[in-house]
Structures are given as C-alpha cells and as structure tokens.
Ligand binder design. Sequence first.
Ligand SMILES: C[S@@+](CC[C@H](N)C(=O)[O-])C[C@H]1O[C@@H](n2cnc3c(N)ncnc32)[C@H](O)[C@@H]1O
Length: 185
Amino acid sequence: MDNRKNRVCPVERSGSLNNRFRKWLQSPKKILSPYIEEGMAVLEVGCGPGFFTIDLAQMVGENGKVVAADLQEGMLQKLKENIKGSEIEHRIILHKCEEDKIGVSGKFDFVFLFYMVHEVPNKEAFFTELESILKDNGRIYVVEPPFHVSKKDFEETIKKANVSGLTVVERTKLFPNKAVILKKS
Ligand SMILES: C[S@@+](CC[C@H](N)C(=O)[O-])C[C@H]1O[C@@H](n2cnc3c(N)ncnc32)[C@H](O)[C@@H]1O
C-alpha cells in the first residue's frame, strides 16, 4: 500500500476545498489581509484548487505575483480552470513540486502554507528550502487543521522549523486551527 497517497489530500476531494460555506467560515481576505501588501511576491505551497490563491492574487495587485505550487498536477489543473480568462490569471504562476523539493526560484515576501505541512514527509528539509527562498524580512504563515494535527504534532513541526533557521514571530488566533507566523532567525 502507498502510504504517501493516503496522506495527501486527493484531487477528488478538491470540491470540498472550494465551496461557499468554507468562504464564510475561513474568509481568505480576513485571514490574509493583515499580512499581504500590494506588490508582494507570494509563494503558496499546497495551493490545491486555489481557495486562497485567487484572493492572494487580487491582494498583491498588478505589480505583485503569486507562485501557486502543488505536488499534484490535478490540483494545479483545477486552479488553472478556475482562473482561466480572469483579470488575475497572469499574476498566478503555477508550479508543480516534487515530493521532496518545492523547486521554485526567486525570493519571496510571504509564504502561505494552509492545511498542508502535515502532509509533508520531511518537514525539516521542507522548511530549510523555504528559509533559503524567504526574503530577510519575509514571513511564513503556517495553518494546520484542528483534529488530525494534535497540539503535540504542531509543536514538533515548529521545532523542525526552528532547526531549519526559522523563529516564531506570532501565534495567530485562528480558532479552532493551529497557526503560527515564522521569520528567519
Ligand atoms: C488539504 S489540501 C489544502 C489545499 C489548500 N491549501 C486549501 O486550504 O484549500 C493539501 C494540499 O497540499 C498538497 N501537498 C501535499 N504535500 C505537498 C508537498 N510536499 N509539496 C507541495 N504540495 C503538497 C496536496 O497536493 C494538496 O493539494
């Protein structure tokens, strides 16, 4: 049995990530507006079908960009369909990750990781790569789900980020999720 496949949210479930009820419960603008400014270079890893990506692209404006990265080509295709012909289409660069490497180039002001870090097998290598592409004053926002990520697991994840050269700036209140903002140490 392929354990990796079991761990990663399947493309068939992408519909449940992109619905109106979720927009009301987890408003992307409300969650992101304290951190996003016009002109920013944003990286979203584990973008899925793009629930947050579209708002991110609106918020960075004409001079900003969003690199939307995902392990699964099927998720990127869903996002591609969702932005086709829209005015923000050109601000979003789709990127297919490898299982053990994000593989994007450039430096980023903001990295967004929503409900995805628990799916990454080697978190230390993942955070080390992110640290290397984060601008000196950049921020990484990690949000993990309430039930299948325990408090203990979340603290373990933060320890791994610390080992990779990242420190906690803020423990954000995003009840019932677990959330933290990281910066370079
Ligand atoms: C639960 S979904 C969340 C999607 C999106 N962030 C949202 O909140 O709607 C997790 C996503 O992370 C992606 N993912 C898992 N491991 C990954 C990795 N190592 N690199 C890039 N993407 C990954 C999965 O393919 C999936 O699309």
